[in-house]
Design a protein around this ligand. Structure first.
Ligand SMILES: [Zn+2]
Ligand SMILES: [Zn+2]
Length: 209
């Protein structure tokens, strides 16, 4: 039964089904988080591919002197900050620590940055289903992870123009948004999405775009 008091998923506007009650997020949202995690890890994952975009000889010899004060961070510096300790790896590890305090993750043992990324992703994926039911900040995690994955995808593709990203409304309709979208209304079901909600919708497969 879907009545008006059915609890909502905390990361999308969908009401939880009966068999999802007791969870914070719906199963499609859990799947999207899992896909984002999976996409980041491994030798051909987003993190590894972003590392390949570091241009040698820049930003490695101490403070970078920039002649364009006030300009946005050059692409290479952004790539460096995301791939270094303190970037993506630390974002993931701080969630691992947070989840561990709920008994939902095991802390890693250091190692190379790529190993740390892979270890963090592995423990988060392993515990994701339980976290979907038990971690009250799962929405914050989903948002931060999703934004990170989108940002890396854009850096890897090297696109400067706002890319139109196909996202899927829970009703199944695909809409295209940009990272700077202010929001949109689904043309099929009329759901309204703000900036964050729009970017948090699951990405449609490229073939469907
Ligand atoms: Zn959801
Ligand atoms: Zn819709």
């Amino acid at each position: 039964m879907n009545d008006e008091t059915a609890p909502l998923c905390v990361t999308c506007p969908r009401a939880l089904y009966d068999d999802e009650h007791g969870r914070y997020i719906c199963r499609p949202c859990e799947r999207r988080i899992d896909e984002d995690l999976l996409a980041l890890a491994g030798p051909s994952g987003l993190y590894a591919r972003l590392c390949l975009r570091i241009q040698p000889g820049r930003g490695t010899g101490g403070p970078v002197v920039s002649g364009t004060r006030g300009a946005s961070m050059p692409c290479n510096e952004l790539v460096l900050s995301l791939t270094s300790n303190g970037g993506i790896v630390s974002m993931l590890e701080s969630w691992v620590e947070d989840w561990a305090s709920y008994g939902l993750a095991a802390l890693g043992h250091g190692g190379r940055l790529q190993d740390r990324v892979d270890t963090a992703v592995a423990t988060l994926r392993l515990n994701l289903s339980r976290a979907a039911a038990r971690h009250p900040a799962i929405d914050e995690f989903a948002r931060e992870l999703g934004q990170c994955a989108r940002e890396v995808e854009i850096l890897i593709s090297g696109e400067r123009q706002p890319r139109r990203i196909p996202v899927t409304c829970p009703c199944g309709t695909i809409s295209k948004v940009t990272l700077s979208t202010e929001g949109f209304t689904c043309r099929t079901c009329g759901s309204d999405y703000g900036h964050r909600e729009a970017l948090n919708l699951p990405m449609a497969p490229r073939a469907a775009a």
